[in-house]
Design a protein around this ligand. Structure first.
Ligand code: CTP
Ligand code: MN
Ligand code: MN
Ligand code: MN
Length: 390
């Protein structure tokens, strides 16, 4: 055709850690479809397919403009046949028939609901589904034995499936900072995870704690947890102690992607007053009395609005010598982290973890006291947290 407008093809490097991915996604319809298929793959024990869809979605998230035609995608990395078929379907029909069918499928819906319970993984959900349990009511009626985490997850299901706002994250941060200041003056608390990347909402709030003097952070977690508990802020907590020193498999290479820091997976009881955030957070926490007529978003049956909400909170402690690695490893996104490790291994013959960076060619650890230094060791341009939203 003579007068066809030439649309320029996009181009982008192949590792997500070489790209800048802000929250300003110009291809949300496409990436929503691919992310849903990724989630379905992950819920079906098909992690390889899941990663492939996640990588394809991440490439589209990094593009400066909406995709309007398939020809623009020629030469882009990480777009396999399956992902391209999904993209084509969305571009031509406005939606992906595969994503829509998945969304409607009973199995996907049941897996979503059941794994939406804190403490329930894919394996457990599958077992229940095989026994005909596909919803919360059936689960409760079945009188299945639930562990402590699952009981808490079920009890606070509604709150924990409602996104946490920035104001709520700030209120939690004020509480955690007060706890840390009370039990170990001089210790530092840093917001990590999605909120550090600038997300407006999250499924939880993540914090990294350390102390500027190496070793002083030892014992911090149990003290923080017992302070929080004594003030009535904890609905649930499970602390896992540091297993890094006992690891026999080399510090940069734990057996899984799990790191070995002392951590605490918890559920906070965040008072309604505290949720207004800022300075009020502190006061709210101190006067922890249920306040009159507070407009709680959810109801406790028959008891009127409840003056607090449950919030998932993750706490991690690292020694200062590993702080930069922990900060980088816990800021995410999960795909960005995965891509950093893949880049390190495949392109640089290095092993990166949330504890250390090991250079296999030089047979030595590379020290770093900032994220910038780690990117430099890896031969990557520095990517700030707000641009790690792959
Ligand atoms: N992480 C980890 N080990 C875990 C859990 C999480 O290293 N056992 C890391 C993840 O790789 C991620 C970061 O911690 O980089 C935050 O994880 P998570 O809270 O699950 O995700 P967010 O990016 O914060 O997004 P969300 O809003 O869903 O919480
Ligand atoms: Mn998080
Ligand atoms: Mn988390
Ligand atoms: Mn995102």
């Amino acid at each position: 055709q003579m007068n066809e407008v030439e649309v320029e093809a996009f181009s982008t490097p192949s590792y997500a850690c070489q790209r800048r991915t802000t929250l300003d996604n110009h291809n949300a319809v496409l990436t929503d479809a691919l992310s849903l298929l990724a989630e379905n793959a992950e819920l079906s024990d098909e992690d390889g397919r899941g990663v492939a869809f996640r990588r394809a979605a991440a490439v589209l998230k990094s593009l400066p403009e909406p995709v309007t035609g398939l020809t623009q995608l020629r030469g882009l990395p990480c777009l396999g046949g399956h992902s391209l078929r999904v993209i084509k379907d969305v571009l031509e029909n406005g939606a992906s028939s595969e994503a829509e069918a998945t969304k409607q499928s009973e199995r996907f819906k049941a897996l979503k609901v059941l794994t939406g319970i804190f403490g329930v993984g894919v394996k457990t959900a599958e077992r229940w589904i095989r026994d005909g349990i596909v919803g919360l009511q059936q689960l409760q009626l079945s009188e299945r034995p639930l562990n402590r985490a699952q009981r808490a997850g079920l009890r606070h299901y509604e709150d924990l499936n409602r996104p946490v706002t920035r104001a709520e994250a700030a209120a939690v941060a004020a509480v955690v900072e007060e706890a840390v200041a009370a039990v170990l003056p001089g210790a530092r608390t840093t917001l990590i995870g999605g909120f550090r990347r600038g997300k407006l909402t999250g499924h939880d709030v993540d914090f990294l704690m350390t102390h500027p003097e190496e070793g002083r952070e030892a014992g911090l977690m149990p003290k923080v947890v017992s302070w929080l508990d004594s003030q009535g802020f904890l609905l649930y907590q499970k602390t896992t102690r540091n297993s890094y020193l006992e690891a026999k498999d080399g510090p940069a290479r734990p057996p899984s992607n799990m790191d070995r820091f002392e951590r605490c997976y918890s559920i906070f009881k965040l008072p309604e007053e505290a949720r207004r955030g800022g300075e009020e957070a502190r006061r709210g926490a101190e006067e922890a009395e249920p306040c009159s007529g507070a407009a709680a978003a959810s109801q406790v049956k028959g008891e009127g609005p409840k003056p607090w909400r449950a919030v998932r909170v993750d706490l991690v402690v690292s020694p200062i010598s590993q702080f930069a690695f922990a900060l980088l490893g816990w800021t995410g996104s999960k795909l960005f982290e995965r891509e950093l490790r893949r880049w390190a291994g495949h392109e640089k013959a290095m092993s990166l973890s949330s504890h250390a960076l090991y250079d296999n060619k030089q047979s030595r650890y590379l020290r770093a006291s900032s994220e910038e230094e780690i990117f430099a060791h890896l031969g990557l341009e520095y990517v700030p947290p707000s641009e790690r939203n792959a």
